[in-house]
Design a protein around this ligand. Structure first.
Ligand code: FAD
Length: 430
């Protein structure tokens, strides 16, 4: 890992408070600290743990993490994703494409355990910023600002007792789907917008499937599976830690949406009973998984503003989006790069936060809306609608060039098409 911090003297030095020690709060902390900014992170939970299951980091965001010196550490806990394939519900292939380095991109795509990624970032942040700059058990409750500073008050979430009030030049709210700061600025917004689809998620150590380094999606809008290996020590032993998601339409009250709610596979397994192919047996995979979680797939309507004076939103707090297209964390990491750039080059923090918003808001809004149309996964339903069941070896019912066009259009929208990545790489090496 590269030595980072305070080696760079920023053109402008600011005291920055970050609420939320998730993937984006921690990445922002590392990036800002690397630029010499004075950063403190306030995390709501008392003891951060390895929560969640699989997550993907796409090459455009991997670039940002590599620039923070995290490449070796990431490779230890990830799969460098080789390929993405789509199948119909009977296991017939629709389309496949190489991903990350295997597609000739300058950076890999990583598939990894979300909790391992968060804990890696946490450990590095402790090392780089110092333990006293990561305060746990600090839940952002309120804040006020004037022309001189922002003052944020934190409580112990369980007891509601105030644990401290801290002053700074800037408050970045990276406090996730149920962001307190977002609610403060948008009191009438209400709960997240439910997609009507429930995601059941799990991870299990098992035999590798396909080439052991590739992900697939199968099914259609009424029943879908997304499965991929997520690396780590299991992979080094020749095994796979396999992440799976099963998706079905379900009525649900989304106001309590929680990523970590346990569920039983009985809630969905009957819909996947026949999904046993010669290279993977999904009912068996689901049944053997020790713990399974349910998450009502939801997002937030795009806002027309994130930055209010000295306070701004970042990551899921700013633009929680449906996970189709594997872009949620990646887009949040791109926010971190933009806000670091803005704050390090601008003396007036309110101008910097406006500039950050200008750089990121529209791009993420467009993607949030695209993901409501199932993002790149919409080709699964195209096949469901058009196939007369005569496709046996591989689907011919939707022309391959139409599928390629859909895949590339989404990449361009999200900013990770090969032309864009190559130009970023040559700009970096200039
Ligand atoms: C427990 C958990 C499990 C998840 N599992 C998955 C998964 O398996 N797959 C997947 O694709 N995505 C998962 N996600 C979502 C994924 O992490 C995000 O979509 C993405 O990484 C963007 O991250 P973020 O840092 O903006 O938000 P989050 O990851 O939600 O992080 C927000 C952080 O802020 C903290 N926080 C919340 N409110 C406050 C407050 N008021 N004050 C201070 N801190 C606060 C939270 O404890 C959390 O650490 C999970 C999120 C969580 C919180």
């Amino acid at each position: 890992m590269s030595s980072s911090p305070a080696n760079a003297r920023p053109a402008h030095n600011h005291k920055i408070l970050i609420a939320g020690g998730g993937i984006t709060g921690l990445t922002a902390a590392l990036a800002l600290h690397q630029q010499g900014q004075d950063v403190t992170v306030f995390e709501s939970v008392e003891r951060p743990r390895e929560l969640g299951v699989g997550i993907n980091l796409l090459p455009h965001s991997v670039r940002v993490l590599h620039d923070l010196g995290l490449q070796d550490a990431l490779e230890e806990i990830s799969i460098l994703t080789r390929r993405l394939s789509f199948y119909s519900e009977d296991g017939v292939k629709i389309w496949e494409e190489d991903r990350g380095l295997h597609a000739g991109n300058p950076w890999p795509q990583y598939s990894l355990h979300r909790g391992r990624l968060q804990m890696l970032l946490w450990r590095v942040a402790v090392k780089e910023l110092g333990q006293d700059r990561l305060l746990t058990g600090h839940h952002l409750a309120s804040f006020e600002q004037d022309e001189n500073e922002v003052r944020a008050t934190f409580v112990n979430r369980a007891s509601g007792q105030t644990v401290g009030t801290y002053g700074g030049d800037v408050l970045i709210a990276a406090d996730g789907l149920h962001s307190a700061a977002r609610k403060f600025f948008n009191p009438d917004e209400g709960p997240p917008v439910y997609s009507g689809l429930m995601l059941w998620r799990g991870a299990i150590e098992t035999e590798p499937f396909l080439d052991g380094e590739s992900m697939f999606m199968a099914g259609h809008d009424e029943a879908k599976a997304v499965v991929y290996p997520i690396g780590g020590p299991e992979h080094q032993k020749g095994r796979s830690l396999v992440n799976w998601i099963a998706e079905r339409p379900v009525d649900f009250d989304v106001s309590t949406a929680d990523w970590n709610r346990e569920a039983s596979p009985e809630a969905f397994s009957e819909y996947f009973e026949d999904w046993r192919w010669d290279w993977i047996n999904l009912p068996e995979l689901f049944a053997k998984t020790p713990v399974c979680y349910e998450f009502p797939m939801s997002d937030r309507d795009p806002l027309d503003r994130w930055s209010y004076g000295r306070v701004t939103l970042l990551g899921d707090a700013a633009h929680a989006m449906r996970p189709n297209g594997s872009n949620g964390a990646s887009q949040g990491i791109l926010d971190c790069e933009a806000i670091t750039q803005a704050l390090s080059t601008e003396s007036d923090v309110t101008v910097a936060l406006e500039r950050y918003q200008e750089e990121r808001l529209e791009k993420t809004a467009v993607l949030t809306l695209a993901n409501r149309q199932s993002g790149p996964e919409r080709v699964l339903q195209w096949v469901k609608d058009r196939c007369d069941r005569s496709c046996v070896e591989q689907h011919q019912c939707v022309p391959q060039d139409e599928l390629a066009e859909a895949a590339n259009a989404y990449k361009q929208l999200a900013g990770f098409d090969r032309a864009k990545l190559t130009s970023l790489a040559s700009a970096t090496s200039d």
